[in-house]
Design a protein around this ligand. Structure first.
Ligand code: ZN
Ligand code: ZN
Length: 448
């Protein structure tokens, strides 16, 4: 055969192009070998959910896995605000030569929800709350998917040590649902007792995407959440003598209506904002004007400046309406912003683009789609605010049955998602995709 330079170049290009594919099919095969065990772990975790701050068995399971794989392990890490609570935080460190330090975080807690999926591995767990009431417990946010993916990723990166260099730190975080867990780990010195982070990664499952796909979004991906309590103080009296009282029910009602103007008239329509009054309590009897009315609000914002603007508008409106009703200054509303507020989760754009590239290479471009911000909240945001203020990135992992997802899309409906008693991720493709995705992201950040 005659020498054809064009053909040789062509063959070289095919070979070079194929090299990442060889690496990829190696990862595929390795993940494939773990799937039976990971799905079994998932079903076990799903059947045995634990509420926030009570993640004793789940954290022990993760600790045992990481220990077996050779990670340096610290358990019971973390310090809650309330001294009586034990933190079940798990930190696993794998040192593998010079290079950056990547943190990967999973959450571990479940929700007080009675499961209604009818799955053979559905949870039947019930626990008594402090007030004596019995509640069902369910992994309705998919933190069991996250833990299974996390264990799979831990196995992959331990097996593939020859493909990366640096330090990998895996964190099992308790109490995400009550947004206390990240704070507990950081308060205990997560970034000072362990190597300083260069990057922090996490994923969250979603029913908005079919299993097999992931999505990414740079900038704000989850809103900041604030809980606000307003005690509207009036002057109580006889229901038949309004002229000698200041009715807090009427004042609070006007406040509820006027609060709606924050979103509709004061905020940039391009930036999502939510102000919801979720609770309004006042009074005891038909013919008594009470002394007080109590409002409870949730506020969702996309950045710190917007948050300040909304919170100060709430204060201004509540005080202004009370003053307009003639409430004396010493009876002005009491406004309290809860300490368990969480800021918006803002994905570092540069890191997110790098992770998105790795996801495309790991899963195929057709399985990686642009995502969008949601008004839900996460304490993952806090890792970006603690010194050395590392870049963070959370991406979303499709968990919906692909056939059901397609039907829902065609019908313009939605499948039950996180926090629904019917949320039912399909374990096998979801976990497989999650492990490949997170492993690919870490390998990109720690590549030799
Ligand atoms: Zn949740
Ligand atoms: Zn969650």
């Amino acid at each position: 055969m005659k020498y054809k330079p064009g053909l040789l170049l062509c063959a070289l290009a095919v070979l070079c192009g194929a090299m990442p594919l060889f690496a990829q099919s190696d990862l595929d095969q390795r993940v494939g070998k773990e799937m039976d065990s990971l799905v079994a772990t998932y079903k076990h975790l799903h059947e045995n959910p634990e509420l926030s701050t009570q993640e004793k068995e789940s954290s022990a399971l993760i600790a045992a896995e990481l220990h077996k794989l050779g990670y340096d392990l610290t358990d019971h890490f973390g310090q809650y605000d309330s001294p009586g609570l034990v933190s079940y935080g798990i930190i696993g460190v794998l040192r593998n030569g010079p290079g950056p330090t990547v943190y990967v975080r999973t959450d571990m807690d479940a929700l007080p929800i009675v499961e209604n999926t009818g799955l053979p591995y559905a949870s039947h767990v019930k626990v008594k709350r402090a007030d004596g009431a019995e509640v069902g417990v369910m992994h309705a946010c998919g933190h069991d998917i996250h833990m299974s993916v996390f264990i799979g990723t831990a196995r992959m990166l331990a097996q593939l040590k020859n493909q990366w260099s640096g330090t990998l730190i895996l964190i099992g975080q308790p109490a995400e649902e009550m947004v206390g867990g990240a704070g507990a780990l950081l308060r205990a010195g997560l970034f000072t007792k362990f190597p300083k982070p260069d990057y922090v990664l996490a994923l969250h499952d979603t029913a908005e995407l079919p299993a097999g796909q992931v999505s990414w979004h740079e900038g704000t991906i989850l809103a900041g959440a604030d809980s606000v309590d307003i005690i509207v103080r009036g002057i109580g009296g006889h229901g038949a003598a309004p002229q000698v009282s200041k009715d807090p029910i009427l004042i609070a009602s006007e406040i509820v209506v006027a609060l709606q103007t924050i979103v509709s008239r004061e905020m940039d329509p391009q930036v999502p904002t939510v102000v919801t009054v979720g609770s309004f309590h006042a009074g005891t009897k038909h013919n008594i004007i009470p002394d007080e009315a109590h409002l409870q609000l949730t506020v969702r914002t996309m950045n710190p400046q917007q948050r300040e603007k909304v919170l100060s508008a709430i204060t201004r409106i509540a005080n202004g309406i009370a003053a307009a009703a003639g409430v004396p200054a010493d009876r002005a509303p009491l406004i309290e912003i809860a300490k368990d507020s969480v800021p918006a989760t803002i994905n570092n754009p540069e890191l997110t683009r790098r992770v998105a590239g790795a996801l495309e290479r790991g899963l195929g471009k057709e399985n990686v789609v642009p995502g969008k911000a949601q008004m839900a909240s996460e304490d993952f945001s806090l890792y970006a605010l603690q010194d050395p203020k590392p870049p963070i990135c959370m991406f979303q992992l499709g968990a919906a049955d692909p056939a059901k997802w397609l039907t829902a899309k065609q019908n313009g409906t939605h499948l039950p998602g996180p926090h629904s008693p019917e949320f039912a991720p399909v374990p096998e493709p979801t976990i497989r995709t999650g492990v490949k995705a997170m492993t690919s992201a870490v390998l990109e950040l720690l590549k030799k």
